[in-house]
Design a protein around this ligand. Structure first.
Ligand code: JHZ
Length: 466
């Protein structure tokens, strides 16, 4: 498809019909009326119906729907992965919603799988508890996963409560001593928590706002639960980084929204909430952390950030036409590099089976011929296969045992941690590359990367505060 051109009526109808059929097959309990809601025609941030189609990554299986050995004979359910831009507020968002019950009840991503992420969240919690939570105050985390962030508060005199719909990760959180409600966050749930546990001094939501279709309901829930002087802190991958570094593999069905500051301000303002501070981190390829309080003030720093986004043309359809071109170039260069390795008799395995790895492999059409297997440290993923392209997933040690000569780091946001961990593989002659084809090496003084970065793709980021 050519980007920045609206889909034809006919194509839109075909996609919508297909999605409804999939919904009806997989969820017989849903009424036709509820199924019909799952194509998004109004903006999640401003509510207006000025959405234009700007990108299409084809039909893809859900990125975390790993296949068990018994599943390999069956056809996988694929959903359209198409992206729309709101011409009114600039919010980038997915057009189609895969049932959240399918995506989030059994979750294969664990926050604790990266030591660095554990440190990052523990620093976030420590700082905001000191800034905004009195002794005995309540800290609530939306999307608390395996409890890593809240568990870091165990020595502080505060009460903690996690909320996460995934049963398996909630059990892990409970085993860490983190009380967790195994549910989707919603306004009624927020009202119930406020009634039974009192208002929250701090509400935290990291890498979860993008997963939620009804952001108005989230904001209403925050209004219900937050203490009048409380703070809401969130982290989301930043759209500016997605575009600058062509991080298109972070586009998948779980991520319904791709946030810039301007649409976030519009969303919060409609609910009597004010985004007062934005910080920018290199985490997950570029993340913004927002601090939100009750009120309507637009601070100078946030206003400057919005001006900067205008200069970056984050809300221009032509920006996405350029991104589409870079996506195609990445597909070409990655495929020809893998073919060259194969022709030279070198075996390349994937390192990490993150959700973004599924997207990269499927979008680029990288099957087991080009990349026979991947390794991942998450026990729940080992023994399964990557959705769509079907590479088997082994524990990391298999890389050396099976004598792979190259590893393509699909979890490129953890490249430094992985390179430092894989000394044995490198000592045995193995070489590590990220999808931009830069080589990573563990040196005595730390990790270094080599090679040109065509088009400035995924370089490291500095931390800055607006
Ligand atoms: P990682 C996650 O996406 C999850 P994903 C989520 N959908 C989200 O919103 C975004 O982040 C922002 C493995 N690994 O973090 C573990 C090793 O094998 O990039 C994981 O399977 N060895 C909520 O799924 C994967 O890589 C290691 O040394 O793209 C990393 O997944 C390390 C550090 C990781 O998440």
């Amino acid at each position: 498809m050519t980007t920045a051109e609206p889909l034809t009526q006919q194509t839109q109808q075909r996609l919508a019909d297909r999605l409804k059929r999939v919904w009806a097959d997989t969820h017989p309990e849903l009424s036709p009326a509820s199924i019909a809601q799952w194509e998004r025609c109004t903006c999640r941030a401003c509510g207006r119906s000025q959405l234009v189609d700007v990108l299409c990554l084809g039909d893809q299986p859900p990125a975390n729907a790993f296949l068990s050995p018994g599943d390999t004979g069956r056809r996988e359910t694929r959903f359209p992965l198409s992206v729309r831009l709101c011409e009114n507020c600039g919010m980038l968002q997915l057009a189609h919603v895969v049932p959240p019950e399918m995506l989030f009840r059994a979750y294969s991503f664990f926050t604790s799988s990266s030591n660095r992420m554990g440190e990052h969240f523990s620093m976030l919690m420590g700082r905001f508890v000191e800034e905004s939570v009195p002794s005995g105050g309540l800290v609530v985390e939306i999307g608390s996963n395996d409890g890593t962030a809240l568990a870091s508060l165990r020595h502080r005199r505060v009460r903690v409560l996690g909320i996460d719909p995934a049963r398996n990760v909630s059990v892990m959180a409970a085993s860490r001593g983190v009380p967790t409600i195994t549910e989707f966050f919603s306004e009624p749930l927020a009202a119930e928590i406020a009634r039974t546990a009192g208002p929250a001094s701090l509400i935290v939501a990291c890498n979860v706002l993008g997963h939620i279709d009804d952001l108005d309901d989230v904001c209403r829930g925050i209004q219900r639960l937050l203490d009048p002087t409380g703070t809401f802190v969130f982290e989301v991958p930043y759209l500016g980084d997605l575009i600058e570094r062509a991080e298109f593999d972070t586009i998948y069905h779980e991520h319904l929204s791709y946030f810039a500051v301007r649409p976030l301000v519009a969303l919060f303002q409609r609910h009597g909430l004010a985004l007062t501070r934005v910080e920018h981190f290199p985490v997950h390829g570029g993340t913004i952390r927002g601090t939100v309080v009750r009120g309507e003030t637009l601070t100078d720093s946030v206003r400057r950030r919005i001006e900067c986004e205008e200069r970056m043309q984050l809300a221009e359809p032509s920006t996405f036409a350029r991104l589409d071109e870079r996506m195609r170039q990445t597909r070409e260069s990655l495929r020809s590099w893998l073919q060259m390795q194969r022709d030279a008799g070198l075996t390349v395995w994937g390192y990490g089976a993150p959700a973004k790895g599924t997207v990269l492999l499927n979008y680029c059409g990288i099957d087991t011929e080009l990349l026979p297997a991947v390794v991942d440290s998450t026990p729940m993923k080992q023994g399964l296969r990557v959705p769509g392209t079907r590479q088997p997933i082994f524990p990391p040690g298999a890389l050396t045992v099976q004598k792979a000569q190259r590893a393509l780091i699909l979890a490129w946001n953890h490249a430094a941690e992985i390179t430092a961990r894989e000394c044995e593989f490198q000592t045995a002659g193995g070489r590590l590359f990220t999808p931009d084809l830069r080589e990573w090496k563990h040196e005595p003084g730390g990790v270094e990367f080599f090679g040109d970065t065509p088009g400035g793709f995924r370089q490291s980021l500095d931390v800055d505060v607006y």
